[in-house]
Write a protein that binds this ligand. Structure first.
Ligand code: G3P
Length: 184
């Protein structure tokens, strides 16, 4: 399971990277707009190895075919159905990004879509990686791992919440208190 951070904030990227869990970054125009910086300059600051995001529309998939032939990696975004995901794989997308949170928002089942895409891609040995996007809470991440998605892109706040467990905090307090008893 690869973990990407979904942000355009450099401090969040640095902090998540320091945690030792980061395999990459995804961003989008809405996240970049929050930072108040020029788009291209910010992308240059984030990293050199850029995968091009392409929307899941006809013209987008034509572009994916061209990019793929030229050896340029693509992430096909705004995917909301299994049929769309098949088309992206056929066009040669490096990644497909189904938006689970936005499906949940309209009372559809985002993670069910991930199960379908993973199964279909396995059926036909498509090389396109399933990148779970629009992640809103830790259960999206856990379900993505259980289903066997290739990548989960996670906002910084949700990454932080993955660490939390009350028994960890209680246990640590007890160990620290007991350590004081035996430390000089
Ligand atoms: O970057 C694409 C996706 O992760 C956006 O998430 O929360 O705006 O639906 P959200």
């Amino acid at each position: 399971m690869k973990i990407f951070i979904d942000t355009a904030n450099l401090n969040e990227i640095k902090e998540a990277n320091a945690m030792g869990l980061l395999d990459g970054v995804t961003t989008n125009p809405s996240l970049v707009a929050k930072e108040g910086k020029e788009f291209r300059q910010l992308l240059d600051e984030i990293h050199k190895n850029i995968v091009v995001k392409v929307p899941l529309i006809k013209e987008g998939l034509k572009a994916v075919k061209t990019f793929t032939a030229e050896g340029i990696k693509t992430n096909v975004t705004l995917c909301f159905s299994a049929s769309q995901a098949v088309l992206a794989a056929k066009a040669g997308a490096s990644y497909i990004s189904p938006f689970v949170g936005r499906l949940d928002d309209i009372s559809a089942d985002g993670m069910e879509l991930i199960s379908q895409i993973v199964q279909i891609y396995n059926n036909y040995a498509f090389n396109t990686e399933v990148l779970v996007a629009s992640v809103r809470h830790p259960l999206h991440f856990v379900d993505a791992c259980l289903i066997g998605a290739d990548v989960c892109t996670i906002p910084f706040k949700v990454i932080e919440s993955l660490f939390n467990h009350p028994l960890t905090d209680i246990g640590l307090q007890k160990f620290l208190a007991d350590h004081k008893k035996s430390a000089k």
